[in-house]
Design a protein around this ligand. Sequence first.
Ligand code: GLC
Length: 424
Amino acid sequence: MREAAYKEIVSGAKDILYGNLKIGYATWAKENYKYISPSRHHYPHQWFWDSCFHAIIASHFDLDLAKNEIRNLLKGQRADGFIPHIIFWRREIAWREILRSLESYPTLFPRTSQLIQPPVIAQGVEAIYQKDHDSAFLHEMLPKLVAFYNWLYFNRDPDKDGLISIIAPYESGLDQSPSYDPVFGMYDSSVVVPTLVGRLVTFRNMVTNYNLERILSADYFNVEDVLVNSIYLKNLQVLTKLLHEIDCEETARHFYYLYTKGKESLIKKCYDKKEAFFFDLYGKDEKAAKVKTIKGLMPLILDLPEAIAKDLVKKHLSNKDEFDLPYPIPSVAANEPAFIPDYKTVFREPVLWRGPTWISTNWFIVKGLKEHGFNEEAEKIVERSLALVQKSGFREYFNPFSGEGYGAKNFSWSTLVVDMIASK
Ligand code: GLC
């Protein structure tokens, strides 16, 4: 049964990833490009964390495609190490494009954005390396990854506590998450305000010329985000391992140090003992943004003290009032006032990450649960994720009660279920 489901899912994943390929020549970059778009029409450009997931999925059936996905993403890397969250290989004129342009500078129609996304590229490279142990590939990739993670550390950790700051909600990949409502001083469940205010932040960043020092010292959006930092720290750990593989011991030590320092700060500063949950910190004075979202479970991907991991699972993940819904894991706890399980739009733009279930966050949590020995809980999420795509197809996100699919169709990263089943 599992074998049959796996075959079917892999064949569905192949159709989607190959079907979403974009191939061409970008005159502005004087480069050929070839990448998998998240969804052909809805999301036509190359997105950072999407591409890392695509590489992980493709590593199961087409290593060349997987390697190409990472290589194409790295074509957008700047000389200082920064990698943008979107590369606009080919412009498409549409309302949504103008909004996306506001995530960037210096022109209204930029070629790359000036924002980051959850830095999961080391895990992307690791997934590929685990399949063919091609050390030439590691030698090619690691200097670029080292430059990128160093860029994050040197430019995004103003208080040097080992946790990096994001400067816009879009940087977490969880665009309108209610975890940012307290940052904007709003506590009701309106969906209009977060959508508008989020864009206002990116607009303000644009007029500040994307000068990080000025943005961070102005303190209007300086968030030490639990999801971004859990992924950052996990990837520093993975990078350390990969560097050992090619005998770069000194650099490996440097990243291992950053990893331990960051993990210590995450537990010390973001973990609320009374609530037994992790919350984002915002502003220079590091106030906790106390909204229970999927982010608070993300530290499970790290080697946390077992007591903390157990509390996250027993008190929250397995709590029917919060995250244990028929199709878990909702992006917001069901008992939060901001929780909206279905599809909402503002000015015809969908409002994202305020309740529905997404496959990418399930993928992370499954990995974390397994690492902490919560195999039954992990298995349940794998089964429910599979049930979701079998019921509604590879949609962008899903209703956590009914499993109804929303947003883009043939959405590439929802095929991460392939990796979830393969590593069962
Ligand atoms: C949405 C998601 C973001 C993703 C992008 C492309 O903006 O919130 O995380 O990278 O779509 O799929």
